[in-house]
Design a protein around this ligand. Structure first.
Ligand code: GLC
Length: 731
């Protein structure tokens, strides 16, 4: 599990052996039981107190206060018979008290070092209040912006998801084993949850084995290789079998094929949901199916606590399964050092200057510049008057985004606050125009229009309240909620230079706004330091450098649309797309190009994966390969020259894509295989270098893994539309 020396591992195992031998069957079952105490007052509710005291709880989650955590841990350690400490779990998803941009925004940084640093800060802050396990990183591949949980994902690409997962796990857990500030990480939601049909959360997922292996399982495999402590089985049913009772994915692949040594926790009551799925006929059946599939800990359904003993005693479940689950759980508790130090690290500080600096940097690097007509950005600080308009301009709670249990509004710096600090109050004309993002009246439009008329530039801060994104919050229509469209339209009629900043956790259909505003920044929900980060971007202290981790469709009807698609036998092209209103009357029925497009919306997205503008421009040239042909034991070095040909110091994200031209099963038209941030002064140029190994070209054909000889194309550029291309052959 964690790379201990063999001796220490043997010592560890003997400690576990000794403890397991002392445990009664009830105590073993207790370790497999995770519950939440819903009584939020102290002292601890007697029912809950007794469960802990009797060793019937192995882990608690999302407790209401550090005091409650401490007391629950004390009861476990000092009053239960064996004194086994609790795993204290929590959704520390994008920060603990310092809140960073939501995870889709962190993916947009394409900066794994930054993501690792963020997870490390979150772990330190979480340990300061006794939390020792986070249910993160989420690594579900998401190709559907209707799915509200895309906010927690790293988007559509398995390579980005895998690299961000590794970075987060290293940040949460440490690189070579836990340290005193580590928290156990969770690879979730295992597996395929993001493929929910229709983008509706919890919906059915149908994923063929090859797609499961090549796309959805990839980040989880990387997480297991990175020694992730736990894996969370999901809510979705995969090809007819719920993932929290799925022997193929958990027992066969995760535990047997990959050798995962941590433990699997169910998602919230997903063991109980096996009945709702109509996969289990009752609680006993659900218990047996989950345990046999390899789910070691039951989050909040209490089925394990209620049912396992009788099932073991009547021979329906072998105690070996229980022992394996308990050993896995105890292993993490020992490795976290909880037997020596079960309580909060009181010396750890919250919201340090360093944490806030990192949070601001994350805002700057996650925000994506999608349009900058007439280069109206960056603005000058000498500007006379700025109108600040929109329901997200001063919404400290909303800008933190979803899954924020421990962030506090009073720590949040909103765009309005940061602009006032930077420009001075006299320069600001503030009028929200809409009370909240869902407001559906024009009562406050007049003030907003007046503010705009009396200003030189208009800054619009639009988007969603945080609750409109995240779990169970999906949308069929992806226009901005409330009367935001109407407000943007009214403001645009004034003809003022207008900048739109969208603060959300999901992708909206923004094509109409491109005509109405001059510049558009996609700011995701930015967290604590949203305001200062945006000010640095708007006034040119920093250039935008974020890149899209997910394709932006032109309209919902194009979904799903993603860059790493297969070619099909009828690929679309601009020539082949006959626009719907150009079709002559009585056109012969097969005259419409016969290709993979929509008559009305074509085949191209609004913005492609990997896209993001800068205040400067980068020129990519001179792609070179170390060899034209490589063999299986070779590697290939690919370089390109990048030059900053504009007048602004900035960072770009160089991206490496390949295409396998012919495969045992068809392969995507492009696959990201590398990315790196490059900083260049105006006029400066650098050589960017990537190394490819034959292993990077491996794919699963539904039956086995293959590295097939053949021809490949390779690109380097700063979006998935990269054109700088070369080719090589794998012998
Ligand atoms: C949820 C989520 C999961 C979260 C868990 C604990 O329903 O699906 O991501 O970690 O409950 O809060």
């Amino acid at each position: 599990m964690i790379s201990f020396s063999c001796k220490s591992r043997l010592k560890e195992d003997s400690k576990i052996d000794k403890l397991v031998q002392q445990m009664t069957l009830e105590e073993k079952i207790g370790q497999m039981n995770q519950v939440m105490n819903f009584i939020d007052t102290m002292p601890i509710d007697p029912y809950f107190y007794n469960l802990i005291q009797e060793g019937k709880i192995g882990s608690v989650l999302n407790a209401y206060s550090p005091e409650m955590i401490k007391e629950m841990q004390r009861i476990a350690v000092e009053e239960s018979r064996l004194g086994i400490p609790l795993l204290v779990g929590r959704d520390v998803i994008h920060g603990y008290r310092t809140i960073f941009p939501v995870n889709i925004g962190l993916a947009a940084t394409f900066n794994t070092e930054l993501v690792k640093e963020i997870a490390k800060i979150a772990a330190i802050e979480a340990r300061s209040e006794g939390v020792n396990w986070t249910f993160a990183p989420m690594m579900d591949i998401s190709r559907d912006p209707r799915w509200g949980r895309m906010v927690e994902s790293c988007g559509e690409d398995p390579y980005v998801a895998e690299q961000m997962a590794i970075a987060s796990i290293r940040g949460f857990q440490g690189k070579n084993g836990f340290n005193s500030n580590s928290i156990a990480a969770t690879a979730k939601h295992y597996v395929g949850y993001g493929a929910a049909i229709g983008g509706r959360d919890y919906n059915t997922t149908l994923i063929p084995e090859a797609e499961l292996r090549n796309v959805y399982l990839r980040p989880f495999k990387a997480a297991v290789n990175e020694n992730v402590a736990t894996v969370m089985a999901g809510f979705n049913e995969l090809n007819g079998v719920p993932t929290s009772g799925n022997i193929h994915t958990i027992r066969d692949i995760l535990k047997n094929e990959w050798g995962f040594k941590g433990f699997v926790v169910s998602d919230w009551a997903s063991i109980k949901n096996l009945e709702v799925h109509a996969y289990a006929k009752d609680s006993s059946d659900a218990t047996i199916k989950a345990l046999q599939a390899g789910v070691d800990m039951d989050m909040c359904s209490l089925y394990y606590l209620d049912k396992i003993k009788e099932l073991v005693l009547k021979g329906s479940l072998s105690e070996e399964l229980i022992d394996d689950a308990v050993r896995r759980i105890l292993k993490i508790k020992f490795e976290l050092g909880l037997f020596e130090n079960p309580y909060a690290n009181k010396d750890n500080k919250l919201i340090t200057e360093q944490a806030l600096d990192i949070a601001k940097k994350a805002v700057i690097q996650s925000t994506v510049l999608l349009q900058n007509k007439n280069k109206i950005l960056p603005l000058s600080k000498d500007i006379n008057k700025v109108a600040v308009i929109g329901p997200l301009a001063d919404a400290p709670y909303e800008q933190m985004g979803t899954w924020v249990f421990d962030g506090k509004s009073e720590n949040t710096v909103t765009p309005l606050k940061a602009l006032r600090e930077y420009l001075g109050n006299k320069k600001i004309n503030y009028a929200p125009g809409l009370k909240i993002s869902r407001t559906r009246d024009k009562k406050a439009f007049a003030d907003a229009i007046k503010a705009a008329k009396n200003s030189d530039v208009v800054l619009l801060f639009m988007g969603d309240e945080s609750i409109l994104t995240g779990e169970a919050h999906c949308r069929a229509k992806l226009t901005l909620p409330g009367y935001q469209n109407e407000l943007i339209t009214e403001i645009s009629k004034l003809g003022k230079p207008t900048v739109l900043v969208i603060m959300s956790g999901i992708i909206h259909m923004i094509e109409p706004y491109l005509e109405q505003v001059d510049a558009l920044l996609y700011g995701w929900h930015p967290g604590t330091m949203g305001g200062p980060g945006y000010v640095d971007l708007l006034f040119g202290l920093e250039s935008p450098s974020g890149k899209l981790p997910m394709t932006f469709p032109r309209t919902e009807g194009q979904i799903p649309i993603y860059y790493n698609h297969n070619n099909t036998g009828h690929p679309a092209s601009d020539e082949s797309w006959v626009r719907m209103y150009d079709i002559p009357l009585k056109a012969w029925q097969t005259s419409l190009g016969n290709t993979n497009h929509y008559l009305d919306y074509g085949f191209e997205p609004l913005f492609e994966f990997g896209f993001g503008l800068s205040y400067t421009e980068f020129n990519y040239s001179d792609i070179k390969l170390s060899k034209e042909t490589i063999s299986l034991d070779d590697s290939l070095i690919i370089t390109a020259r990048i030059k900053n040909i504009g007048g602004f110091k900035a960072e770009d994200v160089a991206q490496l894509y390949i295409r396998d031209l012919v495969g045992d099963i068809v392969r995507p038209v492009k696959e990201l295989k590398g990315f790196q941030r490059i900083s260049l002064n105006p006029g400066e140029e650098k050589i960017v270098e990537f190394i490819l190994y034959p292993k990077d070209l491996e794919f699963h054909n539904g039956k086995k893994w293959l590295i097939e000889p053949g021809d490949f194309h390779v690109w380097i550029g700063n979006s998935s539309k990269a054109t700088l291309m070369s080719k090589f052959e794998l012998k």
